[in-house]
Design a protein around this ligand. Sequence first.
Ligand code: FE2
Ligand code: FE2
Length: 417
Amino acid sequence: MTVERQQVAHRVDAEDLELGGGLEILLGAALERVAPGAVLEVRTRSRAVALELFGWAQLAGHQPIGQTSRRDGHVVTICRGPSTRVLAAPLPPREAPPPLRAGALHAGDWRRGRPPPDPDPRAGFAPLGSVPEAGAPAHDWPLSQRDAIWADDLGELVEQATAQQWDAAREVPWEAARNLDDTTERAVAQVMTFLVQNEYAALYVPAGFLPQVNPQLVELVLWLGSHVQDEARHVEVFTKRSLVGGHHGYALASTELSLSTLLEEHDFTASSLLLNVLGEGTFLDLLRFIETHAPDAATAAAARLAHRDERRHVHFGISNIRRAVSIDAGAAAPLVAAAEARAAKLTSLSGLAPVLVEALTIMAARSMQPAELSEATADIRALMRAMERNRVRRLEACGFDAATARHLSDLHTPNLM
Ligand SMILES: [Fe+2]
Ligand SMILES: [Fe+2]
């Protein structure tokens, strides 16, 4: 090979750098810029380094092809070998960076408005924008089909979730819950106990899906992480409210039955319907009722803060299902079937547990005076009607026709979640 006469593709001046003292880094970066078969010229002030470079180049899979000494130093030429340090195609050229919004980088902007491509189901934890190296262990992500699980505004929802975090220890005026009368406090403890039971299921469902999601759908990974974090905080805040007044509530078996059927749903979109749209949607009305009728500022604050998170969760559910149904009209039937299957497991539940209805009524009445109990009972009836009306409205927003929306709403668990 007449490599001596080959043109030098790139030159680098090592000055006084030595092997073991940083020269390898310089050479590695320089060789990245040279194609296999092309020549790198290295200038060094040290004759010893020039001699060592021959051995180094051979060990690194390149071919040393010449060395000349001059008055100002020594020049070694190296023909780059075919080996690469990484088993992957070359990195793409530098591109225009994602836009900023008033200096902030939003997850909604890092794909520049494009949805992600359908990911390789076997790829690993390759970050967005990275080039995966060959030879890595293969994965098999159960949730890898973009159109089955995506929502168009996921990036924005992730940003909202981060911006709206709160502190259950310090943002609730706990002192305000200290001195309620026994009857009212016992009712509040029962309502809070019911909420916590349900919040556990709202936490465990997204937590179960999270490790199934292909990491290339990174926005969904971040979203589910925030959902889990939100629900953990709801478990925390309602547990605290149930304990702070000293009374206790019953963890109801009917609630356990309803929640167990939620955990049994392993299809992501069906779960999105049952949990996010129907369950958390119905809880939006319940939380607003509790905030409005709370006998103390701590209960009201806890309900208000949780409601803010639940709005995001419901928004995701509607957005996720609307996308699935709009892409594939056949996607609606299995969703209806999932709701029917769940309802078939809950035929033993005929309505909201009487213990809970009683607790909600007393909490809202704030006394056992007949006039106030009567008014609170009317308020609860109005709540149930509002829940039904809003459920149908949310289902229609998902893309279901009016009759199907009514049918799905009727199938919803009497436990509310
Ligand atoms: Fe929640
Ligand atoms: Fe939620």
